[in-house]
Ligand binder design. Structure first.
Ligand code: FPP
Length: 217
């Protein structure tokens, strides 16, 4: 059976822009454009889950104008793509601490999730203000709230699983990272325990279906 779940760290937007003497933010604009054809390519290849790392908890440290460009891009993506997601049957979900986002963006996220929840196609999960360590700690706290009478010595992996943000999804079969670095950078730490890792020097705005096929091969 081919892979069901692919997770991707989309790196190299800034360098893509720098190579063209463009502002970094244009690299993110181009990077966002890669997502729609990628979702389609994954669907065509029978992949049931695609999870994209769009914004890490560490990304808040970037210059304020870059952070606001990224927030604006997420909002635009959600406004523009929901109707296409409906056509393609995409089920959209966001993981990460969304409470830090502007209310307008939180509303767009909730709308995209609600209006695609009953679709039957690929699960597209965007990780934003997400960190793998946060996910595990958050799940542990939730488990304790759900089991107030149990001591932590009774916590085990199957017990924690339903409280993790990817609950219900198969673990990623393949993690792809573009941009030349060979690190997991606090992405899906728990879920990638057995995942195969694939690193490529290609910069995210250049990523395409042929490169996806190379990674799958
Ligand atoms: C890493 O490149 C990329 C990001 C921090 C942002 C990823 C966001 C997008 C691709 C756009 C929006 C996505 C969606 C799902 C709408 P970098 O800036 O770290 O590149 P560098 O290492 O070359 O500087």
């Amino acid at each position: 059976m081919g892979p069901r779940h692919i997770a991707i760290i989309m790196d190299g937007n800034g360098r893509w822009a720098k190579n063209r003497h463009l502002p970094r933010t244009l690299g993110h604009v181009k990077g966002a454009k890669v997502v729609r054809p990628l979702v389609k390519a994954c669907t065509e290849r029978g992949i049931t889950h695609l999870t994209l790392f769009a914004f890490s908890t560490e990304n808040w440290r970037r210059p304020p104008e870059e952070v606001s460009t990224l927030m604006g891009l997420f909002g635009q993506y959600l406004e523009k793509e929901v109707s296409d997601m409906q056509k393609q049957g995409v089920r959209f979900r966001l993981i990460g601490d969304r409470s830090a986002f502007a209310q307008g963006l939180q509303d767009l996220i909730a709308h995209a999730e609600l209006s695609t929840a009953h679709n039957q196609g690929i699960h597209l999960t965007v990780a934003a203000n997400y960190g793998g360590q946060w996910d595990i700690l958050n799940a542990t706290r939730e488990w304790q709230r759900a089991n107030p009478l149990k001591g932590l010595e009774l916590l085990d992996a199957p017990g924690l699983a339903p409280h993790l943000s990817m609950a219900g999804a198969p673990d990623p079969d393949l993690l792809i990272r573009t941009g030349g670095e060979s690190r997991i950078s606090n992405f899906l730490l728990w879920q990638c325990a057995y995942t195969e890792l694939y690193f490529t020097d290609a910069l995210w705005p250049d990523f395409n279906a042929a490169m996806l096929d190379d990674a799958l091969a």
